[in-house]
Design a protein around this ligand. Structure first.
Ligand code: UD1
Length: 375
């Protein structure tokens, strides 16, 4: 039987979480090579994910690193072209919505290699986000569009994409979540292991996990200052600890804008970025999360944890319908209303989200195999 060759592309933290279950599910009838663009490269943004998620060492690493969007797109495009010419895969699998996703898809398209896009069809309708452009362009040039929720199918249909390219398979992030979550570990243990020198107590359901990295939130002084001040007010008002693992982009800007003093508060605990397994276990044990991440909205909804989203919109509306996602933007009164509701222990209804069942990778690989055999 003919053996097909497949190339999987990753570049950033969320990509690693999405590719791991697919690599596990790819059966022996498919040769697979992994290409890492190197968009993320630090131990805490990159290597720890490979170790924790048992992802094989990339077969190719472009070592692109940081830079402007144009720099990243250009470097990735040139590097991916070189690899595709050499490896000549029958299909390229790209995940998510980062620069690495779009750049590698563009090259594959130009070389007439079919593209499978995992996490297709999500739309924030906020065109100022680079991810929105990355999603739209990648979807329009891919052959197999794997969606996480029904609204994504609708978005794709509205954009004129033919139904026979769209496959509703569920959420690959939740495959990783179910595979790695450890419900027995206490938050105190996690923190002690990570930061043996830090002396503070962390009690289940009695802290908030905060993450911030979107350029809209962290690249402008006034906006970042506003958010940090609001966080400080919440921790003072409710006397609740806020755990804040700080993304490198955010850390650099806090320093650049001289905002460290706002975080000088005994209840705000600033940490280096933390790995995947600790993050999901800390979400599971928290009272609620405050975030501008996409994936964490999904993890919170699945773990039945309230999530306050510090963005104007979400491209994952199902987390509002079935989870308890409060999308508050930079509106102080909306933010406070959401936090008051959560802290008053108001009853929140959660639902089981269709196909977020830990079996998405199997469905994706089956579909890809069928496509290759029929092509
Ligand atoms: C990127 C993605 C975003 C995703 C996020 C996850 C795009 C357009 N953005 O944003 O969608 O949610 O990753 O984290 O692709 N840095 C380090 N070490 C690293 C990586 C980055 O210090 O390993 C620093 C650099 O100073 C860099 C900054 O972080 O300038 C931002 O990194 P970059 O890859 O440009 O974008 P992210 O903000 O991480």
């Amino acid at each position: 039987m003919k053996k097909f060759k497949c190339l999987c592309v990753v570049g950033t933290r969320p990509n690693f979480i999405k590719i791991a279950p697919i690599l596990r599910a790819i059966d022996k009838s498919l040769y697979v090579k992994l290409l890492h663009t190197g968009q993320h490269y630090d131990n805490f943004m990159d290597r720890i994910f490979f170790r924790e998620l048992s992802i094989k060492k990339p077969d190719f690493n472009l070592g692109v690193g940081s830079g402007s969007h144009s720099y990243q797109l250009a470097k990735i495009t040139l590097g991916v072209e070189r690899i595709l010419k050499k490896y000549k895969p029958h299909i390229v699998i790209v995940v998510g919505d980062v620069n690495s996703t779009l750049a590698s898809a563009l090259v594959a398209k130009r070389m007439n290699i079919p593209i499978a896009h995992v996490e297709s069809g999500l739309r924030s309708f906020d065109h100022s986000m680079p991810e929105e452009t990355n999603r739209i362009l990648t979807d329009h040039i891919s052959q197999l569009l794997f969606t996480t929720e029904k609204s994504a199918n609708q978005n794709l249909k509205n954009e004129g994409i033919k139904l026979n390219r769209i496959y509703f398979v569920g959420n690959i992030m939740i495959d990783s979540l179910f595979y790695h979550l450890n419900k027995k570990i206490t938050p105190q243990k996690i923190i002690q292991k990570l930061f043996p020198k830090k002396k503070f107590e962390l009690v289940k359901n009695n802290y908030v996990l905060l993450t911030l990295h979107r350029p809209q939130n962290v690249d402008k002084k006034e906006q970042l200052k506003f958010i940090l001040n609001e966080i400080k007010k919440i921790s003072d008002k409710f006397k609740i600890k806020i755990l804040f693992p700080i993304h490198p982009r955010t850390k650099r800007n806090i320093k650049r804008f001289n905002l460290q003093n706002i975080l000088n508060n005994k209840r705000i605990i600033c940490l280096s970025p933390i790995g995947y397994i600790d993050t999901i276990n800390l979400i599971y044990n928290s009272k609620f999360i405050l975030t501008d991440s996409g994936g964490m909205q999904e993890e919170a909804a699945t773990l039945k944890k309230p999530c306050v989203t510090l963005r104007q919109s979400t491209e994952r509306p199902i987390t509002i319908k079935y989870g308890s996602n409060f999308v508050v933007g930079s509106n102080s009164s909306k933010l406070n209303k959401a936090v008051n509701t959560i802290m008053s222990n108001a009853r929140i209804r959660y639902g089981r989200i269709p196909l977020w069942d830990g079996k998405t990778a199997e469905r994706i690989v089956k579909t890809i195999m069928r496509y290759l055999k029929e092509a």
